[in-house]
Design a protein around this ligand. Structure first.
Ligand SMILES: [Cu+2]
Length: 321
């Protein structure tokens, strides 16, 4: 008898919990699409791109590497047509978007959809609910994400301010990798042998390897800043598998958002960011720059940014490049 009543109790508890989840879910759906509908078209095509003095024909989106920004406000619905012009099957995943009741728009090939075949297209349709900050999109078929990726910028709802200093300017900073050889061959070899995939030839910031590799100096990302201003850096780690360190010489960063969730702001001089992770950080530029005082308003403090990393099979080293 006691057993039966405890089973009954568990059943009631279970039903109560399920009801609670349903109510929570419905309340989120009720809050859905309080904004506008935004349309985008992503054409995936092969283009010649040169880095480290190597030119490769790589799959990229709308002729841009990294790909275009998708910008929306919390509560907006996104309708994104993806057209596949490359020989590979491909899908796009909207990394970090909750996809409430739109699981079929999530994007992993063979999980939520069949991949988009050559010459075909697919329309992703979803609403951003309860998220604001930075997320990103990337290919979700094999290793095509090594070159098919770009930022998703989610602004707060109209007339809702940021819970921190209004930035003077916002800048996406996407950390990625450049391979001199075909990444598809690298991952298929790794899957055949069971070993780890070969490492990339360079880390990149906004698709550029920076001045520290062979034949890379001209391909350095430079952010031209004004003195005494606040910049919002929208950091994205789009590397294949590596945690990366990010810092800016002689400056502190204030973390205000992680994975499209506001956090209690805190200061740090470096941030470690995992693959797939995103973070919004504030950068306050110095009120003066001694070597550029001859310039009037526009300060030419160009920041060369570099990812810091420890190679596989080596002891952790937070080495400055
Ligand atoms: Cu992802």
């Amino acid at each position: 008898m006691a057993l039966l009543s405890s089973i009954h109790y568990m059943e009631t508890l279970f039903i109560a919990l399920v009801t609670l989840f349903l109510i929570t879910d419905l309340s989120l759906v009720g809050a859905a699409q309080t904004g506008i509908v935004r349309h985008y078209k992503l054409d995936i095509e092969l283009k010649n791109v040169t880095r480290l003095c190597r030119t490769r024909s790589i799959p990229i989106v709308n002729g841009q590497f990294p790909g275009p920004r998708i910008v929306a406000r919390e509560g907006d619905r996104l309708v994104i047509k993806v057209v596949n012009h490359i020989p590979n099957n491909v899908t796009i995943h909207w990394h970090g978007i909750r996809q409430l009741q739109t699981g079929w728009a999530d994007g992993p090939a063979y999980v939520t959809q069949c991949p988009i075949q050559t010459g075909q297209s697919y329309v992703y349709n979803f609403t951003i609910v309860g998220q604001r900050g930075t997320l990103w999109w990337h290919a979700h078929s094999s290793w095509l994400r090594s070159t098919i990726y770009g930022p998703i910028i989610i602004l707060p709802k109209r007339n809702v301010p940021y819970p921190f200093t209004k930035p003077y300017k916002e800048v996406p900073i996407i950390l990625g990798e450049w391979f001199n050889t075909d990444p598809e061959a690298i991952i298929s070899q790794a899957l055949q042998t069971g070993g780890g995939p070969n490492v990339s030839d360079a880390y990149t910031i906004n698709g550029l390897p920076g001045p520290l590799y062979n034949c890379s100096k001209k391909d350095t990302f430079k952010l031209k800043v004004k003195q005494g201003k606040t910049y919002l850096l929208r950091l994205i780690n789009a590397a294949m598998n590596d945690e990366l360190f990010f810092s800016i010489a002689n400056h502190t960063l204030t973390i205000v958002d992680v994975d499209a969730v506001y956090v209690k702001p805190f200061e740090t001089d470096k941030i470690v960011i995992a693959p797939g992770q995103t973070s919004n950080v504030l950068l306050n530029t110095k009120p003066y720059y001694p070597k550029a005082t001859f310039l009037s308003k526009l300060d030419l403090m160009s920041l060369a940014l570099a990812p810091l990393t420890t190679p596989p099979h080596q002891a952790f080293s937070n080495m400055k490049l």
